[in-house]
Design a protein around this ligand. Structure first.
Ligand code: GUN
Ligand code: FE
Length: 435
């Protein structure tokens, strides 16, 4: 009965456009061909089972304290940098790029090496509940195709970008403008021809400094021609503020669109945030990276007040953890650090709540990627990207007490939980697994 519906019965937690976190108990969610076909109270289960001819074995009754959350959305991650995640954390951005990052990425010419690293990063992120990832690969088209194959086999949802860089990088890791455009177009065409709704090529000029104006303009045209999302790094360090308006440069090249993902944006002015909102582009907030590389603190409260789209990201390996729960915790610490700084100045600051952080990691991320019609929460018609969380799993990293409420347990999971608690990870209704 491959084509019959499956049903999840129990509690689910998600965000909506109106509310950062809603808990629904005693519910049934029906899933067919990867999509949510109904969300009802459990009292309707018998009727729904007969209406949709659901076999008894296709109903999964969640156990006590288990609950469903939407899959986590990592809006910015460098797959090749996973090689050195958790090490090489002593330098700031530009030294870090030259000393560790470019030499590592250059090694992805070697497809055997690439296969090993890419299998591991996809496996690790999926285990940790990243159902959707916005990946940077390297300059190499072959290796980027390998990453794509690994993702497809594992069943992850992803944007995958062949990186573009035609200036100001070491000669061992640079391409000409012509090569960059040719290889990107080939990558785009071969990826589109797969017709896999879960994987999308993304136009990926790495940064302003590493792209010529010609490259940026041509990539802008390519992204329009194929209707593709775009990603880059923007205003990550104080030094990036220097001389000209970075956001305006991207806009001029036609690269600020409703599905443009801008990593960092730590040093964005109010005027730039206004432009971002007008264009509908979103911010990938990378708090672990911003601390590890000592770049700065993004004021998420201000971004939200401006009405801009924002999600969370690991930025592996500027950020040392590939877990989106870590990104959520780091975002909390950054927000509290800003609160401490403001309080020292006698100002009030409303730090991010756990509910807001949860929204950023799920629905917020889907908005940034322009995917909020498809994923991000539980809604009839959306794809079923979900994690079954078990707080009582053997060897759980946290404890549950008789006095705990359900909201206590959700918070403990967000701040102390890990992949051991994520007993099943679904992408478009199918259990995803790396290896
Ligand atoms: N800016 C340009 N490239 C990178 C990168 O790989 N990581 C980070 N964090 N910032 C960048
Ligand atoms: Fe990055």
């Amino acid at each position: 009965m491959a084509d019959s519906a499956t049903v999840f019965h129990g509690t689910f937690v998600h965000s909506t456009k109106e509310e950062d976190m809603v808990i629904h108990s005693d519910m049934v969610i029906g899933v067919k061909r990867g999509k949510i076909i109904f969300i009802e109270h459990e009292t309707s289960l018998p009727d729904l089972m007969s209406e949709y001819s659901v076999p008894r074995d296709n109903v999964r009754h969640l156990e006590k304290w288990q609950f469903l959350i939407p899959g986590l959305v990592d809006t910015h991650i460098h797959a090749p940098q996973y090689t050195f995640a958790g090490s090489n954390m002593d330098l700031q951005l530009y030294d870090w790029l030259n000393t560790y990052t470019y030499p590592t990425e250059a090694k992805f010419k070697d497809l055997t090496y690439a296969m090993d690293v890419y299998s591991k990063v996809v496996d690790r992120t999926l285990k940790n509940g990243t159902t959707t990832a916005c990946y940077y690969a390297t300059l190499h088209r072959d290796a980027t195709n390998l990453l794509l194959q690994v993702i497809e086999k594992a069943g992850q949802r992803a944007y995958v970008g062949k990186v573009n860089m035609d200036c100001r990088t070491p000669s061992f890791y640079q391409e000409t403008t012509e090569e960059s455009l040719e290889e990107t177009e080939k990558f785009v065409e071969s990826t589109i021809s797969k017709k896999n709704p879960l994987v999308t090529p993304i136009i990926t000029p790495r940064s302003i400094g590493t792209s010529s104006e010609e490259l940026r303009t041509s990539l802008g045209q390519l992204s329009q021609q194929y209707q593709l999302p775009v990603q880059t790094h923007v205003l990550e360090t104080r030094g990036d503020l220097a001389t000209f308006d970075h956001l305006h440069v991207w806009d001029k090249a036609g690269l600020l669109k409703h599905n443009t993902v801008l990593a960092h944006c730590v040093y964005m002015s109010e005027v730039q945030l206004d432009l971002l909102r007008q264009r509908g582009s979103g911010i990938a907030h990378c708090p672990n990276s911003n601390i590890t590389l000592r770049s700065g603190f993004l004021d998420v409260r201000n971004v939200l007040a401006k009405g801009c789209k924002i999600g969370l990201a690991t930025d592996v390996s500027g950020g040392y953890s590939s877990s989106m729960l870590d990104a959520l915790r780091s975002a909390s610490q950054v927000s509290k650090t800003i609160a401490i700084q403001r309080e020292e100045r006698g100002e009030n600051y409303k730090m991010l709540s756990y509910k807001e952080l949860f929204r950023l990691a799920t629905l917020g991320g889907s908005e940034v990627m322009g995917l909020d019609e498809t994923i991000g929460n539980f809604q009839v018609g959306k794809d079923f990207d979900a994690i079954v969380v078990d707080p009582l799993v053997e060897n759980s990293p946290f404890d549950v007490f008789s006095t705990d409420t359900f909201s206590d347990i959700i918070q403990k999971f967000l701040f102390l939980g890990d992949d051991r608690n994520m007993i099943d990870v679904f992408v478009a209704g199918t259990r995803a697994s790396g290896r």
